[in-house]
Design a protein around this ligand. Structure first.
Ligand SMILES: *Cc1c(COP(=O)(O)O)cnc(C)c1O
Length: 230
């Protein structure tokens, strides 16, 4: 199966890049973004070794999580208030939280599901208007608010780089890492807590994301699109 082989190839390339830049491949979680394929295709990626998947629509994460509940399901899409109660029971990690008013809803849904919801705060590092996320200036306040909820665990930050230039993407990824390090050094987190995760890098730019410290990469087309196979 093409998808099985493409997953195996990407996982091998990830290990190679990690080694080339002196990182342990186990520090980098490869999330296979299955948003463009039907649920039956998920099995092909599982056959290649995939265990983390990403979806951007509530219906899709619900359907696929129900079919493949042994895998970890990441929500990477735009969060809508009224769908939070659907997303929380399925999502091992929500990457794309950036509205303060969503925090109390996530906390309540997590309490109902008897879990602590892991989240990332999405940051608009590049400043592109089409992109979601808090601004770097808004980030400390967002973090301060999020860590106050008992049923939320803030694990780190997520960003999307502008398309087109790998140098611009690299600046964006480096910027996210610096923001994380600044937050950790700032003293705004409760005693003993720190942000570890950096979710950054997609099919076109994940190599430089790993070089800049990504701990989670989100790969769609390079795994699931035949046009992308090399
Ligand atoms: C679709 C999507 C991806 C995967 O993009 P590819 O270019 O297909 O690898 C990653 N992150 C988010 C937030 C997405 O919506």
């Amino acid at each position: 199966m093409a998808i099985t082989q493409q997953y195996i190839d990407v996982a091998q390339q990830v290990a190679n890049i990690c080694e080339a830049c002196g990182r342990n491949p186990e520090e980098v979680c490869l999330v296979a973004v299955s948003k463009t394929v039907t649920a039956d295709k998920v099995q092909d990626a599982i056959d290649g070794g995939a265990s983390h998947f990403g979806e951007n629509r509530p219906e899709q994460i619900m359907e696929k999580h129900a079919m493949y509940s042994d895998s970890d399901w990441h929500f990477i899409g735009n969060v809508q208030s009224r769908r939070i109660k659907d997303i929380v029971p399925c999502a091992s990690l929500i990457h794309s939280v950036y509205k303060q008013e969503h925090l109390s809803k996530i906390d309540a849904a997590a309490r109902d599901a008897e879990k602590v919801q892991d989240i990332l705060i999405e940051v608009n590092v590049s400043g592109e208007e089409s992109k979601g996320g808090v601004t770097p200036e808004e980030l400390p306040q967002m973090i301060t608010q999020a860590v106050a909820f008992e049923n939320i665990r803030v694990c780190g930050l997520m960003t999307m780089a502008p398309q087109g230039s790998i140098d611009v993407a690299r600046d964006c990824f480096r910027g996210l890492r610096q923001l994380r390090d600044q937050i950790n050094a700032s003293g705004i987190l409760p005693e003993g807590k720190s942000l570890s995760e950096l979710s950054m890098g997609m099919s076109e730019d994940w190599q430089c994301a790993i070089e800049e410290g990504a701990t989670i990469i989100r790969i769609g087309r390079a795994i699931f699109s035949e046009a992308f196979a090399r």
